[in-house]
Write a new protein. Structure first.
Length: 312
């Protein structure tokens, strides 16, 4: 039987309609830097960790990897409401935590300290907190725990693993970068590439050029983002989206572009890297978050200070 969930509603922010909003759930270790505290938890246990968090409940936690992304999302909400004060299609952020409510006071105080627009704090004592994602209508889940992310993906929720890193907070608008295969698109071509090499993958792509690719684990999130982006003219939009893929434009770009067109998903800029490192182009874009399934690409992004999330 599942452990009960304690949900604390944040009365400081206007509550969103979860049936209309783009609900993003982040864990405390994704949004704040809790590395020292997590080490204490692993070495000394839950009671010592709780005692420490209670003793420091008025000391704000430093920002974590997903912090700038959450701030940029808040900026988009402000712009949407300036355009139309009755708009319901907004970002809705909830924090999902394995902390007990007692040790969670520091989390709530930190969010208030930074003025973060977080609607709810959910404290779950159960090992698998992802069982609550669907009941909250979550469309994207960001966690620093690999098991959590895999569980969420198995439950059909777009999810990615956030690595703790020093992040330069980029300015607005919200900039999101997606990799192609196994992130936005299915991994069908990746599998052909593994089995038959580049030549086999190129031949497959040419033969399948008119057939849209299957859906990847982040398609649903990207589509909702695209829908919000359409509320604004291209020049005025507070959301910018990018495709940065290892595909070559000449041999494998056409099918990717046709798939996006078929989905009705407009992307601001697309870069077909032909296997070249992604770090330099990411350093130029300065996204608030970059989603990729390749750990070498995540490493390259981290090396240039870009907040990265791995889609396993």
């Amino acid at each position: 039987m599942a452990e009960p969930e304690t949900t604390v509603t944040n009365t400081n922010v206007k509550q969103k309609d979860p049936s209309k909003a783009l609900v993003i759930a982040v864990t405390t270790r994704a949004i704040f830097n809790l590395e020292e505290e997590h080490k204490l938890y692993l070495e000394k246990g839950k009671e010592e960790y709780t005692r420490y968090q209670q003793a420091n409940q008025d000391k704000p936690l430093p920002p974590g990897t997903a912090f700038a992304f959450i701030q940029a999302v808040q900026y988009v909400n402000e712009k949407i409401l300036q355009n139309n004060p009755s708009e319901k299609d907004l970002f809705d952020i909830l924090v999902l935590s394995n902390n007990s409510p007692e040790s969670g006071v520091r989390i709530i105080n930190s969010a208030k300290h930074y003025g973060l627009e977080i609607s709810k704090f959910c404290f779950v004592s159960d090992e698998d907190s992802t069982q609550y994602l669907k009941s909250h209508g979550v469309k994207l889940f960001l966690s620093a725990d690999r098991t959590d992310v895999c569980n969420a993906l198995q439950r059909g929720v777009s999810a990615a693993l956030v690595f703790q890193q020093e992040v330069q907070a980029p300015s607005t608008p919200l900039r999101v970068v997606f990799d192609g295969d196994a992130v936005l698109f299915s991994d069908e071509t990746d599998q052909i590439f593994q089995e038959q090499g580049l030549e086999g993958a190129v031949q497959y792509e040419r033969a399948m050029e008119a057939v849209p690719m299957g859906e990847g684990p982040l398609k649903a999130f990207a589509m909702h983002l695209g829908k919000m982006r359409k509320k604004f003219g291209q020049e005025k939009s507070p959301i910018r989206t990018y495709l940065v893929t290892a595909r070559s434009g000449r041999d494998m770009g056409i099918r990717a572009i046709k798939t996006l067109r078929e989905w009705g998903l407009a992307i601001d800029e697309a870069f077909f890297m032909d296997g070249a490192p992604k770090g330099p182009i990411l350093a130029q874009i300065q996204p608030h978050i970059f989603f990729d399934d390749g750990l070498h690409n995540i490493q390259g992004a981290q090396n240039v200070g870009v907040p990265s999330a791995w889609v396993p």
